[in-house]
Design a protein around this ligand. Sequence first.
Ligand code: 4AD
Ligand code: MG
Length: 462
Amino acid sequence: MERVMNVTKELFVKLTQNSLKDDEKVLLEGWVRGNRDNGKIGFIEFNDGTTFKNIQLVYDHELLSKEIYDKCAHFKYAGAIKVEGKIKLTPENKQPFEVVVIDAEVLGDVDEDYPLQKKRHSFEFMRDIAYLRPRANTFNALFRVRNILAYAIHKFFQERGFMYVHTPLLTTNDAEGAGQTFKVCEDLKNPTEFFNANTSLTVSGQLHVEPFALTFRDTYTFGPTFRAEHSNTSRHASEFWMIEPEIAFADLEDDMNLMEDFLKYIMSYVLENCKEEMDFFNTMIEKGVLDKIQHVLNSPFKRMTYTEGIEILKEAVKNGEKFEYNHIEWGMDLQSEHERYLTEKVVKGPMFLIDYPKDIKSFYMKLNKDGKTVAACDLLVPGVGEICGGSQREDDYEKLKARMEKEGNDKTLDWYLNLRRYGGCIHSGFGLGFDRLLMYMTGLSNIRDVQPYPRTPGSIKY
Ligand code: 4AD
Ligand code: MG
């Protein structure tokens, strides 16, 4: 008898190709996700990690010795097992095939104190057992989608000739100028000794990727970023992943076109390649999440200036709309409720809000001709508000220098300024929060539930 080690993914592929045959022998290794028997016949829900869906193993006392039958009947929930069996096609059932057990053994037993039971646990409890939660359906589906989404991102850029740049995680600059960096040192008493400089974890790869865009034209960085924000919200993590494309000879318009193409591509890639997982989210986590994404895919992203947005919000307040923050005036930073009003009630779809007042945006953004606003855009979507933001970069040396001096640049960014003197050109880019996009696409409402090991203020278990 020829013994082949199989995985369930391969069995499903063969099934779709019509090449999975009755009585075909299989050898599987995986975990028990359920086990019930009545003394004569038993069913194991089995998962080997290669598919989201479980397959069913059947053990039958008429086909097995008492010893093997009893062994199967005693397989514990979550135990690792090895099974030899044969395929039985069951086209009339919900499960298109099952595996009839011939022989089986335990590879890893489960102690009584195993904390993850076959029932619904709260998300809070699951966070506390982050090392086990990938085994639960919601998280199993989530981490599969997370993987495919990351792949889709690289695929989009690589197919278009973008160069992937590894920007550093240790840095001397605060790219967003918001003072929310984690400090890094070897010796707390001599914090600058090791690098001979004030060092921190990066908040954004943007400044480090710009020189590459000014060499390779189309570039992107995709990696972890760190922010010491004390905001303990469901949308803020201290460590999160960000995608930051940077393109040369491109203005804000080109930047927005890229953002729209990019988002539509990666969203539809996930819909096509994570069907079962997305169906799960659509039924179990956010009813209608598939329609929501489809709506984004089918809508052209509208554009509106910040100034128009403010006028609309003022009108809304005049007509009785009640915002928590109800005092609308030009120059204010919009709250999430205002962004959502514009995208949900006014535009009723995804939109770019552009040309923000310079004082509420970062120092590197291109000053518009009016001298008051910058060529920045935030992409707002129904249900969340801001999902990503970008801008054309200030390419005028004197203007950028003045702006940086005003903000107290301590010379560590002189190299960044020099780029404007050494063959600089119009260039633009944006940043997409990977984890926030994942929240949007799955309907999971807390950023802690879309990351493998979330880090938030006061919480760094594991
Ligand atoms: O708007 P931000 O701060 O922009 C930048 O960092 C620019 N350098 C991007 C660029 O132009 N290259 O951050 C970009 C995105 C936000 O839209 C949001 O989705 C996400 O990063 N983000 C966070 N995600 C999770 N937790 C946090 N604490 C986040 N802060 C920002
Ligand atoms: Mg932003």
